[in-house]
Write a protein that binds this ligand. Structure first.
Ligand code: ZN
Length: 683
């Protein structure tokens, strides 16, 4: 499972339900985090803090794992659609050999198409799964192919060009229109352009696996995860991805580098897990994959960690076959230490929580969240990447052996840094003070908020005896997220956090308070379409807290005629969120926490329903319209992804590895893509 839940700061910039006008000319954003901008995409770079300080052995291990990661790229391209690799080869040949006018509209359109297919690992949009529509003509494209120097028109390219349907795959919008079709009532396999199946119907596949699955098997393998399904002599056959099987040339390279990694593993447990992965790549046996997954999930001591394989099955409409991906990472010690401090003080927070004493846990155990630093993103995690990972996906392994849940801090840091230059804060924040405070603290404070939410919030409180844990029914998840969030908000401002060294100073929390209120009251609306209500649990919970707080502030102010602690304010016809009294705000949070905990502890469905329906669902259409218009004027790319840093082995005269260098900013987005195609292609 992938963590796509965005921190509040990111959210607004990352996901949009509203259509940003793609056709409009967008000025390239010039800021250090942004390396490219085209169509609906912005490409960023990320840093790998503390890589230089790692011991040589760990750097070397990371180097080998990053090589193993990069060799899988073409597997994913081919999984996504069988025309992807031939189309990429032809387009790259044109891209590199074009001698014409680079201000020409046809070239511009082609350049955008090239960048889009690089980003999507194929001819379909990475998120919507719809095929790209080239804005250059087939005549222009064919003329470019004819102009290619003879030396470039090698055998492979000639073969590709001879492929029937290749031009249709690029130019006919109705052909291979969608990568993964999820629409009801049609054959999902026949109508999906991905390459997981060939010549088989949905019904046949479903019957095939229904026969294989034994309901009495308590430890079932993940059927279909590592193969393509085809029909041979009238029979369904799984073409397994393995050494000697489908994608063998790429998998052999992956295994080669995994063997090098195994030789420098940090400890026996990690070595065993790497060796088990190699064994699985050799056998293609899904029992071997389970064996590897168990060893992997139980390896908790190693600093360096990675995923490498056929993991997530979102790309298969039947949810069976895994897209190849890899992320290499190492533990972010400083941030993980923070979650350990918070977690080990869980009882202190529980004992002082502003809720009825009967609802507090006499003994509470905090949860420690692991924070990691990504060293490379590859396959299905590149260039678009998750900010959190929770694996393995096998249900029985999760139940019996646990799972690893991590958040990737250097990726969220890059998103946040990029978001600061995009004009969002300047557009929506009330004054210079809030903008400045966000610049200084927002990323850090947002992390602390997440830690408090995950490590303490969900773990706190108890049900009264006899209360049904599912009493809040459909409102349960919104109310639970709200309870964890408000617990985090309440304690974020507590001097105890400064004392523990978790919070930077006594004022830093204000950045978090402002962010949460602005987001809940208005800016999260950029993610939904005009006329829609709030549906998603996290969005509902943020609105619930913010609008409830707003109501409490108004009630108080109406009583004595004072300025409300929180309000909407207008300036130049624009709406802003204004916080006049942060201390008072915290007293409202205490009140809300007390009531949300009561609702949960007593299972008070009616009160919970009322709160969600009153504060968490409805959208003010006027405000929504205004927010969407202001957001669209910023031209923020709805989707973002990353270029990787480069790694280089440093060797002495005897060929002994003496260091691993990390290099940033040495190549543009197209240069990186072209290098990967040149250095890591065997399929
Ligand atoms: Zn939560």
């Amino acid at each position: 499972m992938k963590g796509l839940v965005m921190s509040s700061m990111l959210m607004a910039g990352l996901l949009t339900g509203c259509a940003v006008n793609q056709k409009e000319e967008v000025a390239p954003e010039v800021q250090p985090w942004s390396v490219d901008r085209f169509a609906d995409i912005e490409v960023l770079r990320y840093e790998v803090p503390a890589f230089e300080e790692l011991p040589l052995a760990q750097k070397e291990l990371i180097y080998y794992l990053t090589e193993a990661a990069q060799w899988g790229r073409d597997i994913l391209w081919d999984q996504n659609c069988r025309f992807n690799l031939p189309i990429r080869n032809i387009c790259e040949a044109i891209y590199m050999n074009y001698q014409g006018d680079k201000t020409d509209a046809q070239w511009k359109a082609f350049e955008q198409y090239m960048k889009q297919i690089w980003f999507a690992n194929g001819i379909h949009h990475h998120y919507s799964s719809a095929k790209f529509n080239p804005e250059f003509t087939q005549e222009w494209f064919e003329a470019q192919i004819n102009q290619l120097p003879e030396t470039v028109k090698n055998e492979e390219l000639q073969q590709n060009l001879a492929l029937p349907d290749l031009m249709r795959a690029i130019f006919d919008p109705a052909f291979m229109a969608i990568k993964t079709n999820q629409a009801d009532g049609v054959d999902l396999i026949a109508t999906s352009a991905n390459n997981y199946y060939e010549g088989v119907t949905q019904k046949e596949v479903e019957n095939y696996y229904a026969r294989l699955k034994n309901p009495k098997d308590l430890t079932p393998v993940m059927y279909g995860l590592n193969s393509k399904m085809v029909k041979e002599k009238g029979k369904l056959v799984e073409k397994t991805y393995k050494v000697g099987g489908l994608y063998s040339p790429a998998i052999e390279k992956i295994v080669f580098w995994l063997e090098k990694a195994s030789a420098v593993a940090e400890n026996a447990k990690q070595k065993a897990s790497i060796d088990a992965l190699i064994q699985y790549y050799r056998s293609g046996d899904l029992k071997d994959f389970d064996n590897y997954s168990i060893l992997w999930v139980e390896d908790l001591q190693s600093r360096v960690d990675f995923i490498n394989g056929f993991i997530e099955s979102y790309g298969d409409p039947l949810g069976l076959r895994g897209a190849w991906e890899s992320i290499v990472n190492f533990k972010d010690s400083a941030n993980t230490a923070r979650t350990e401090i918070i977690s080990s003080n869980a009882q202190w927070f529980e004992d002082r929580s502003p809720v009825d004493a009967r609802f507090r846990k006499p003994v509470v155990k905090g949860v420690t969240a692991k924070v990691i630093t990504a060293a490379i993103l590859a396959g299905d995690s590149y260039p678009s990447t998750p900010i959190g990972i929770n694996l393995p996906n096998s249900n029985w392994i999760r139940a019996q052996h646990g799972s690893k849940s991590v958040s990737i801090d250097n990726i969220t840091a890059a998103y946040d840094a990029a978001a600061q230059g995009n004009g969002f804060g300047e557009e929506f924040m009330w004054s210079e003070a809030e903008i400045e405070q966000a610049k200084q603290y927002a990323h850090y404070v947002d992390n602390v908020h997440t830690d408090l939410h995950e490590c303490l919030g969900h773990a706190s409180g108890q049900l009264l005896p006899g209360v049904d844990p599912d009493a809040l029914k459909a409102y349960g998840s919104t109310l639970e997220e709200a309870r964890a969030d408000i617990f985090a908000l309440y304690y974020m401002a507590d001097p105890k956090l400064v004392e523990l060294g978790v919070m930077l100073n006594a004022d830093a929390y204000k950045a978090g308070y402002y962010q949460q209120m602005m987001n809940g009251l208005m800016t999260q609306l950029v993610r939904i379409k005009p006329g829609d209500n709030l549906e998603e649990a996290h969005m509902r919970n943020r609105a619930l807290i913010a609008y409830w707080t707003l109501a409490l502030a108004k009630e108080d102010a109406d009583k004595d005629g004072s300025e409300p602690a929180l309000c909407f304010a207008k300036r130049d016809g624009k709406t802003y969120v204004k916080i006049n009294d942060y201390d008072k705000l915290r007293t409202y949070f205490a009140k809300i926490l007390g009531e949300l905990q009561r609702i949960k502890s007593e299972g008070d469905f009616e009160a919970g329903r009322m709160l969600v329906e009153t504060y968490g669902v409805k959208v003010d259409p006027e405000l929504h319209k205004e927010v969407l218009e202001r957001y669209q004027s910023l031209h923020i790319a709805p989707y973002k992804g990353f270029v990787n840093p480069r790694y280089e082995l440093v060797k002495d005269a005897d060929g002994k590895v003496t260091d691993v260098k990390i290099i940033y900013g040495s190549e543009t987005y197209p240069e990186q893509m072209l290098r990967y195609s040149k250095d890591y292609s065997v399929l």
